[in-house]
Design a protein. Structure first.
Lengths: 260, 314
């Protein structure tokens, strides 16, 4: 059973087909990685699936329901969360507040109750903060809870984004290069974190350049090249597919690599 | 004690004590009047700060809402026979409805474009007020009947000092309340990253609109208070210069700092009074002081002082 399913997705920017006829599906607890050379359309595909771009054609289904063209906030309320390749943290808020915003949909939000700060608001705040602290603990940022998010290191900011995405209690989590710019220790932490998330039954879709990480944790891999699907399969199948090496290294490079 | 009471209560208590003690130092009713002006301006500035400092949306036409509130208490009783207090509510409601209707399309704009659109809104309100002279008295303005509460005719600068102080306390309380709530967090989140806020499920348009409406209501109530205190309104109160003055209070005091807006309002109201001793150089000096303080206190006065205090402590 697939939780998130994209089929025949295509979008063009000024005549250039960024992605064309791409589809994938991912089941609960499954980790699907999308890889491909720079400009293959990975982030564009993410942006279409998460409702940031409206696709020219294609269909996105979440839990069997058609969600094509819904804005990100509507998708969030249906259980889809994501992180960003270029960090999108709330840099003037503390780490804990960042994660608390992630729980926005779990909270009751009424302007008048908030203006008057009714006891229920204070109570809810306490619960939200407790939940945020638990998540920060999971990503190893518990000690930085009350630090301004803008002053966190790059790797810590990446993990903060994951904590914020998890705060929404998503059923599908899209991670756009979570390990980019992280050192090997941080990458390993993220690797463990992603596996834990999948073990909870969350469907994870991952765009990542760190092949070691991708090969290690993915159940399936989708390879994109120049906006089209090249190969889809298990890590082993993808690793040994000559087309993949060719896409990354060119025909000549692939031959060299095969000989090496 | 600071930890026991919480930051909000400390600010409110300090403000209330200051309001209570200041009159003991005032030698004449003129001082009461200047202080009331500070309270009223601070009220409008706090509202604008919720929009600009928290939600990160600029408004260069905010005096328009101030003007609506001011003229509501003039026109309401004079032409429609409304009770003055009811006129304040009608003005606030009108401002809220206008902010809601105009905000929906223009809050889609960002940065400079939003600035120009809000500027246009302000200019429009001022123009209507100036030209509809049958209702508003045109460029000359019109008198405002004295407020009477349950048979008690409210007048005198001391009385208005306490009324405006009370209004500001309430306004400050609301604004401080908002900070650490789902709504307040949504404002600050969309300020820092609209895409991320949206992805977290924050309905960005709705919260921008809420901030705009809140700011409009604050300005409107402040306008009503000033008009009743003065017993007179004129179109300048809705004019562009007044809008700029409100923005200056917010930025000078510190974007996002509620206390900053009160300080900013105090500086911008009191400073010109102090500078009158320099006669011809008054405006020159006022401009110079604003420029210099913005250069040396880029984040605004209160955030800058807070940073210095933190550094001194550690």
């Amino acid at each position: 059973m697939s939780l998130l399913k994209a089929s025949d997705v295509g979008i063009a920017f000024g005549g250039v087909k960024a992605i064309d006829g791409v589809g994938f599906s991912v089941a609960p607890g499954e980790i699907l990685s999308i890889i491909g050379p720079n400009g293959a359309g990975k982030t564009t595909l993410f942006n279409v699936v998460s409702g940031m771009y409206a696709a020219d054609h294609g269909r996105i289904e979440l839990d069997g329901r058609d969600v094509t063209g819904l804005p990100p906030d509507a998708l969030a309320s249906r259980g889809l969360s994501r992180t960003f390749q270029n960090l999108q943290i709330f840099h003037r808020m503390t780490a804990a507040e960042n994660v608390m915003v992630g729980r926005h949909l779990q909270e009751r939000c009424s302007l008048f109750a908030d203006l008057l700060r009714l006891p229920s608001v204070t109570r809810q705040n306490r619960a939200t903060r407790a939940a945020a602290l638990t998540l920060l603990d999971q990503v190893g940022l518990r000690d930085d809870a009350d630090v301004a998010a803008g002053s966190l290191s790059y790797g810590a900011s990446k993990r903060l984004e994951i904590a914020r995405a998890l705060a929404a209690e998503p059923r599908v989590l899209l991670l756009d290069e979570p390990a980019a710019g992280c050192n090997s220790v941080e990458t390993e932490e993220i690797d463990r974190l992603i596996c834990r998330v999948a073990d909870q039954g969350i469907a994870v879709v991952l765009v990542e350049h760190d092949m070691k990480l991708v090969m290690k944790i993915s159940h399936r891999i989708l390879v994109l090249n120049q906006g089209r699907m090249l190969v889809e399969g298990t890590p082993d199948e993808v690793r040994h597919n000559p087309l993949v090496a060719e896409a990354y290294l060119g025909r000549h490079g692939a031959r060299e690599a095969a000989r090496a | 004690m600071l930890n026991l009471l919480g930051r909000r209560s400390v600010i409110l208590i300090v403000l209330a004590v200051m309001m209570a003690v200041l009159p003991l130092l005032f030698p004449s009713s003129y001082y009461f009047r200047v202080a009331s002006l500070v309270w009223v301006s601070a009220l409008a500035a706090i509202g604008l700060n919720i929009l600009m400092g928290k939600a990160g949306q600029v408004s260069l036409g905010h005096a328009g809402f101030f003007g609506i509130g001011a003229y509501a208490v003039a026109i309401g009783p004079a032409h429609l026979g409304l009770n003055a207090l009811l006129a304040v509510l009608v003005g606030a409601l009108l401002s809220a409805v206008l902010a809601f209707l105009v905000g929906r399309p223009i809050l889609r704009l960002k940065g400079h474009y939003l600035a120009i659109a809000t500027l246009g809104l302000g200019v429009l309100v001022a123009m209507v007020i100036t030209t509809e002279s049958g209702w508003t008295g045109g460029p000359d303005g019109m008198p405002v009947p004295k407020l009477s509460l349950f048979g008690w005719r409210v007048s005198g600068s001391t009385t208005w000092y306490w009324i405006t102080a009370g209004l500001l306390l309430i306004g400050t309380w609301f604004a401080l309340n908002l900070d650490d709530t789902p709504t307040g967090r949504a404002f600050r989140a969309l300020h820092d990253s609209e895409v991320a806020a949206r992805t977290a499920g924050v309905h960005v348009e709705r919260f921008k609109l809420q901030a705009f409406v809140i700011a409009a209501v604050y300005a409107s109530v402040a306008g009503s208070a000033l008009a009743m205190m003065n017993g007179f309104v004129n179109p300048d109160q809705a004019g562009f210069l007044h809008s700029v003055e409100l923005v200056t209070m917010v930025v000078l005091g510190g974007l996002g700092s509620i206390v900053g807006s009160i300080v900013g309002a105090a500086v911008l109201v009191v400073l010109p009074q102090l500078l009158t001793v320099f006669q011809d150089y008054e405006h020159f000096l006022l401009g110079l002081i604003i420029i210099v303080s913005m250069i040396f206190m880029r984040d605004g006065m209160v955030p800058m002082l807070a940073k210095l205090a933190r550094r001194a402590r550690s």
